[in-house]
Design a protein around this ligand. Structure first.
Ligand code: FAD
Ligand code: NAI
Length: 470
């Protein structure tokens, strides 16, 4: 008999935590998972990836019908928005998937400890009135919205909201201001822009989508402007007052200067997310967070405290569901004595707007910097979607694929795509890079015709200066 109640106890049932729990159980470990939400699935399934994609998908159909895209293909429709029904299909998707995780927990005999978990010592947590012990505890508590001082979020009022509030607006705002031109701002800004709101994005930096390739960021600004969004780059929000159903924001150039005001019926605060460690009782086990509030681990996801592991948004790295999932699998495998590895250099990122923006590996700027600033050590091949037969036929001319390669070895260092299905296209780039592919390897791989993915092949051919269709 073990001296512990469980071999593994996971705190948090998001994509990091629930996946870690399932893998641990599959490997024969007695597993429990503490989750304080009413449903499993974490941010991703409840208020993140899934509901945002449900609204993006539905609003894309509406936009195609309302803004002439269907007409151009010979389909004449006069759409009428039923926002309640649109929200209904969003909540149906969330219900179905969160219940699916509950089913998987039962199937794998994982005990769900309902409530907020606090460490009492490195092998004991308190959930509600219950104390539970485990040989290994995985912290997978995720992240929550970063607040913006002076701009108070009140999701119930639906005037100043965060991403959770912006998913549930009962009315299409006339004027919406999005603070932060990152992933959430552009995805949820796109939803309400498509449904008829006038959307202004206020971004502190000189371009949208920090972290993406420079060319992609420049193109993003052009594309979102063309879609009717107003962009206020290099601008910061300094305050917000709410009177009834209206908000007035004060803005200032990022470098300082004259203040201006902006009125809105709805303000979305999307300036990033912060790791969830408050109330976890880390002080009881002597575990400190770094300057960014994250829990540091080694390559195996071990924290400094023996028997305590951490994965997902609460540890350094991109805050992405698939990164959390892969860390969950690797962490459970390491606990079981196997070799669990995540290649953090090859984590794709996708922005699910129309077109989608996707990338994996190094940006051109990062590749040049890594080469000591020597531009001749990096080769780039680019191919426009306009010259891709499928994208052209589908009336989806925006975007390009860019392959960044080492000039000497031809090894692919990064791939960047803007295309209607860029999120799907980027998977082949990630896989090729995992196998250490050269641009020639991609160029000589037969791609089905007519597909958007042929643009990846052509961009790889362009690294050697020999694409066929441009
Ligand atoms: P989380 O999913 O945050 O789960 C942590 C869980 O732990 C939560 O359910 C929380 O209730 C629970 N918890 C916290 N503390 C305790 C405690 N003390 N006791 C018990 N339970 C606790 N990523 C993508 O890859 N693709 C996308 O399309 C995407 N879209 C997004 C859209 C939005 C609007 C948002 C907000 C995020 C999106 N993300 C997306 C990011 C993604 O949701 C996160 O990266 C992912 O959920 C992180 O997983 P996690 O398991 O680390 O944490
Ligand atoms: P983000 O980090 O993507 O973008 C925040 C933006 O706000 C940045 O461009 C930043 O420069 C800007 N900003 C910061 N402070 C500001 C200020 N005071 N005024 C104006 N602009 C300011 O963060 P976001 O969009 O909130 O998303 C959080 C996380 O959620 C992301 O890290 C992302 O990984 C994840 N996510 C992923 C999605 C996906 O994979 N498709 C979708 C949605 C979220």
């Amino acid at each position: 008999m073990s001296e512990f109640d469980y071999d593994v106890l996971v705190i948090g049932a998001g994509p990091g935590g629930y996946v870690a729990a399932i893998r641990a159980a599959q490997l024969g470990l007695k597993t429990a998972c503490a989750e304080s939400r009413e449903t499993l699935g974490g941010t991703c399934l409840n208020v993140g990836c899934i509901p945002s994609k449900a609204m993006l998908h539905a609003s894309e159909y509406y936009d195609a019908a309302a803004n002439g895209a269907m007409e151009s293909m010979g389909i004449e429709v006069k759409p009428k928005l039923n926002l309640t029904a649109m929200h209904g299909q969003r909540t149906d998707a969330v219900d179905g998937l969160t219940k699916g995780i509950e089913f998987l927990f039962k199937k794998n005999k994982i005990d769900w400890k309902k409530g907020l978990a606090t460490f009492q010592d490195a092998h004991t947590i308190k959930v509600g009135d219950e104390s539970v012990t485990a040989k290994n505890i995985i912290i997978a508590t995720g992240s929550s919205v970063t607040p913006l001082p002076g701009v108070e979020v009140d999701n119930a009022k639906q005037v100043v909201v965060d991403s959770t509030g912006a998913l549930e607006l009962k009315k299409v705002p006339k004027k919406m201001v999005v603070i932060g031109g990152g992933v959430i701002g552009l995805e949820l800004g796109s939803v309400w822009n498509r449904l008829g709101a006038e959307v202004t994005v206020v971004e502190f930096l000189d371009q949208l989508l920090p972290g993406m390739d420079g060319d992609v960021r420049k193109e993003a600004a052009k594309i979102f402007k063309k879609q009717g969004m107003e962009l206020k780059l290099k601008t910061k929000v300094t305050g917000c007052t709410v009177k009834g159903k209206k908000a007035t924001l004060t803005l200032e150039p990022a470098a300082g200067g004259d203040e201006e005001t902006l009125e809105a019926d709805c303000v979305l605060v999307s300036i990033g997310r912060k790791p969830n460690t408050e109330g976890l009782g880390l002080e009881n086990i002597g575990l400190e967070t770094n300057q960014r509030g994250q829990i540091e681990t080694d390559h195996d996801f071990r924290t400094k405290v023996d028997g305590v592991w951490a994965i997902g948004d609460v540890v350094p790295g991109p805050m992405l569901a698939h990164k959390a999932e892969d860390e969950g699998i690797a962490c459970a495998e390491n606990i079981a004595g196997q070799t669990g590895i995540v290649n953090h250099d090859i984590i794709p990122g996708v922005v699910y707007t129309m077109p989608e923006f996707a990338g994996v590996g190094l940006t051109t700027e990062e590749a040049i910097e890594k080469a000591g600033g020597d531009k001749t050590k990096v080769k780039v091949g680019k191919f426009p979607m306009m010259a891709n037969s499928r994208a052209k036929t589908n009336h989806e001319p925006d975007g390009f694929v860019k392959v960044v390669a080492d000039a000497e070895t031809d090894r692919v260092l990064g791939v960047w795509c803007i295309a209607s299905v860029a999120g799907t296209m980027i998977a082949q780039a990630a896989q090729a890079m995992e196998f250490g592919a050269t641009s020639e390897d991609i160029a000589y791989t037969c791609h089905a015709h007519p597909t958007h993915s042929e643009a990846v092949k052509e961009a790889a051919m362009a690294v050697q200066g020999k694409p066929i269709h441009i």
